[in-house]
Design a protein around this ligand. Structure first.
Ligand SMILES: CC(C)(COP(=O)(O)OP(=O)(O)OC[C@H]1O[C@@H](n2cnc3c(N)ncnc32)[C@H](O)[C@@H]1OP(=O)(O)O)[C@@H](O)C(=O)NCCC(=O)NCCS
Length: 197
């Protein structure tokens, strides 16, 4: 599996001060992981300590094969949103649970040569103006994989509507991951995404 072929870049200055989406290499993401996890906790309405707990896991994700990330940055460099993932593989927590949760005929089609979108979050004050969609579309357009997979709370959320709009289909509904009382939907989309143009 090839890694995301990204070039290091500085965020473009915007005339109106709106965020710009930029590729981040694994070391750039690792250097900003605490900021990113603060956004994760605020976006998901988790308590602040959830950010600290998640940071160690997210830092280790940056070492996974196929890691790819996009950051939404203000002209002054402030991070306001991000999305990242990596090649899904046996032995990973999410992969092994989802493998068991999927019908056998779905496993081979979806769990080989696929990218797990691990996190996609925008600060609440920057949600609903098209940036999250831009993050995901740009990230997906960079991937060498055959498909993108994710799990999201199984409810009528902005995230769910965004994924549907980009062509994600149901692989499993109402799935309960260990340690979380909420049911999740496992969704997948074959690349390129349908509005990748
Ligand atoms: C999910 C998330 C990353 C999506 O990012 P976002 O920037 O808010 O989403 P977008 O603005 O790109 O698009 C989603 C919505 O904005 C609307 N929108 C898109 N562009 C727009 C624009 N230029 N002007 C106004 N509205 C716009 C879309 O129609 C959609 O609206 P809807 O929710 O009413 O259906 C973000 O909302 C978030 O962080 N949510 C909380 C955390 C979360 O759920 N993360 C995903 C976990 S799996």
């Amino acid at each position: 599996m090839r890694h995301d072929r990204q070039v290091r870049s500085t965020p473009q200055q915007t005339r109106d001060g709106s965020p710009r989406v930029q590729a981040w290499l694994p070391d750039e993401f690792a250097a900003h992981v605490d900021e990113a996890m603060d956004i994760y906790a605020r976006a998901m309405q988790y308590p602040p300590h959830a950010a600290r707990q998640r940071a160690a896991t997210a830092r280790s994700h940056a070492r996974n094969e196929g890691f790819a990330c996009r950051a939404a940055l203000l002209p002054d460099g402030t991070l306001v949103g991000f999305g990242y993932g990596y090649t899904t593989s046996p032995g990973q927590w999410w992969h092994d649970l989802v493998r068991r949760a999927l019908d056998p005929q779905l496993r081979e089609r979806w769990l080989t040569d696929a990218f797990e979108l691990s996190e996609l979050h925008m600060l609440p004050e920057y949600q609903g103006i098209g940036i999250g969609r831009d993050l995901l579309v740009r990230l997906a357009a960079s991937l060498p994989h055959h498909a993108v997979l994710l799990s999201t709370p199984d409810a009528d959320t902005r995230a769910f509507r965004l994924y549907r709009d980009l062509g994600f289909v149901d692989l499993r509904r109402r799935y309960l991951f260990p340690g979380d009382a909420r049911p999740f939907a496992v969704l997948g989309a074959v690349l390129p995404l349908r509005d990748a143009g």
